[in-house]
Design a protein around this ligand. Structure first.
Ligand SMILES: *Cc1c(COP(=O)(O)O)cnc(C)c1O
Length: 372
């Protein structure tokens, strides 16, 4: 089935009790046992599972082409659950440039806990291969990656990981399953911050993991989700499930608008460099064109000049909103280095854009006046 159809229907069933077409939000924390002590509907207690969460997990597994999905209270909780499945002494290969939260989790939480991590340029396959050790259990991929939309060859890096018996996990938040399906490219796990495009309206925090196969590791992730309890509420699950229905059409709009904005910026004299995987000048363009169906709504650019020049552009926008995060209908502009904090590799003059669903001409006109 096509993703548009999956997005509308997967996980959704008319409510047997009332015939309601839109699934209700099941707030009940507990479920009745039959006289024989069994749970006839399979539900027992809401931390373990509940009908709204189950519907969302069914939907996300179908969208990514996986066998099962587990949802979490945030994208970070989903990432953390993968690292928690490893043991002290295990080694992880992670990207040099990626979502800061992922890097921070590895450096500040899991290195003291006993994991060892090597951070490499994932665009350099020889560097990835050189970083692999006998104790490497996981290679973490993010593509396109923060903040320069770096592209990783998911098939090639997954094959390198598998060659030494390690797993490959891919943060698919920027691309969404409409942009690429990492499980079909060879990754074992897909991670999402459902906070972003899947929720799609900047009003819900959530995370998800999707598995290609039901392995012992997947059983461990499921156990961590249930025992650790970093689960999304039924209302949050319902919001994401609702958001996903329009995801395929929103992503077309985000991608088309981002392409137009990237084109405009790449021709502007006040702009030094534009990072958008859809531009033939982007270093990852050839791989992105091969593994992605569309290039998504995220891009970044370096203003000609220094920190002050970039801050001035961000200060002058009227239609764009100065804020972090991404994936909502409203366009956002963000000075990325200052949110990432000290020690960041992000250039001082870089602005990250989450291109929304407004008319591209209005977005471009506002950037034009802000760039002066
Ligand atoms: C936002 C984000 C996360 C973390 O998700 P939270 O819901 O904020 O915890 C992880 N990866 C990427 C690429 C993100 O954009």
């Amino acid at each position: 089935m096509h993703p548009e159809t999956i997005a509308v229907h997967a996980g959704r069933h008319a409510d047997p009790a009332t015939g309601a077409v839109t699934p209700p939000i099941y707030l009940s924390t507990t479920f009745e046992r039959a006289p024989d002590g069994e749970y006839p509907q399979g539900f027992m207690y809401a931390r373990n599972t509940n009908p709204t969460r189950q519907a969302l997990e069914e939907c996300l597994a179908a969208l990514e082409g996986g066998v099962d999905a587990a949802t979490f209270s945030s994208g970070s909780a989903a990432i953390m659950s993968v690292f928690q499945c490893l043991s002290p002494g295990d080694h992880v290969v992670a990207p040099l440039e990626a979502y800061t939260g992922t890097t921070k989790l590895l450096r500040e939480l899991f290195t003291p806990w006993g994991l060892r991590a090597s951070f490499v340029d994932m665009g350099d396959l020889a560097a990835v291969e050189a970083a692999l050790e006998p104790t490497t259990k996981l290679v973490w991929i993010e593509t396109p990656a923060n903040p320069r939309l770096g592209i990783t060859d998911v098939a090639a890096v997954s094959a390198l990981a598998h060659g030494i018996g390690a797993l490959a996990a891919c943060d698919n938040t920027f691309a969404t399953p409409l942009g690429q399906r990492p499980l079909t490219l060879g990754a074992d796990l897909v991670m999402h911050a459902t906070t972003k495009y899947l929720g799609g309206h900047s009003d819900v925090l959530g995370g998800a993991l999707v598995a290609r196969e039901a392995t012992p590791l997947w059983e461990k992730i499921r156990a961590l989700q249930i025992m650790g309890g970093a689960v999304p509420s039924p209302f949050e699950c319902w919001l994401v499930l609702r958001g996903v229905q329009s995801l395929p059409y929103r992503m077309r709009g985000h991608s088309a608008n981002a392409t137009a904005v990237a084109q405009f910026l790449s021709e502007h004299p006040a702009v030094a460099t534009v990072y958008y995987p859809g531009l033939p000048t982007h270093p990852g363009h050839a791989i992105a064109a091969r593994q992605m169906q569309q290039f998504g709504g995220m891009l970044s650019f370096q203003v000609r000049g220094d920190l002050a020049a970039a801050m001035q552009v961000a200060a002058r926008v009227r239609l764009w909103t100065r804020a972090t995060s991404l994936g909502g209908p409203e366009s956002l502009i963000e000075h990325r280095a200052s949110i990432e904090g000290p020690g960041t590799r992000t250039p001082d003059n870089l602005l990250r854009l989450s291109v929304g669903l407004e008319h591209p001409d209005d977005l471009i006109a506002d950037l034009a006046q802000a760039l002066g």
